[in-house]
Write a protein that binds this ligand. Structure first.
Ligand code: AMP
Ligand code: ZN
Length: 127
């Protein structure tokens, strides 16, 4: 397997990595409550949970939009969410996966992440 060199500082600054909260959590520079990790993805509990089960699944690579994600990253993200939904006991009762993408969706953190929410009935449609 080819090992990709760690991004240089200038490159990190250019693509927003050095300022990115989730990159810092993934790198272990800021504490996060990790629930899963593989070579492409990192999942952690939301700091402000909106349901009894609420975690976030992110690509490890700093990308902001779904458009930038590779097929392999998407597969890993969905597989991680599937596995964790089962682990947290929401597979039978139901859960919701949400991506807030861009301004109209109220995206607060510009590093792609899938919310997985469950453990209570969830209203629809969203506000
Ligand atoms: P979004 O609006 O989809 O960008 O949501 C960002 C989410 O990140 C929110 O649900 C926040 O509660 C969550 N969040 C913000 N800071 C942290 C953090 N340090 N650790 C875990 N989750 C966080
Ligand atoms: Zn990032």
């Amino acid at each position: 397997m080819r090992i990709r060199a760690a991004p240089k500082r200038a490159e990190k600054r250019k693509n927003g990595m050095s300022e990115c909260l989730f990159c810092k959590i993934i790198a272990g520079q800021i504490k996060g409550e990790k629930v899963f990790e593989d070579e492409l993805t990192f999942a952690f509990k939301d700091i402000n949970p909106q349901a009894p089960v609420h975690f976030l699944v992110s690509p490890k690579r700093h990308i902001n939009t779904i458009a930038e994600a590779s097929g392999e990253e998407m597969e890993h993200i969905f597989k991680a969410a599937q596995k964790l939904a089962e682990q947290f006991g929401t597979s039978d009762s139901g859960f919701r996966m949400v991506i807030n993408q861009g301004h109209n969706a109220g995206q607060a953190v510009p590093h792609l992440h899938v919310h997985v929410l469950g453990g209570r009935p969830l209203a629809w449609p969203p506000g």
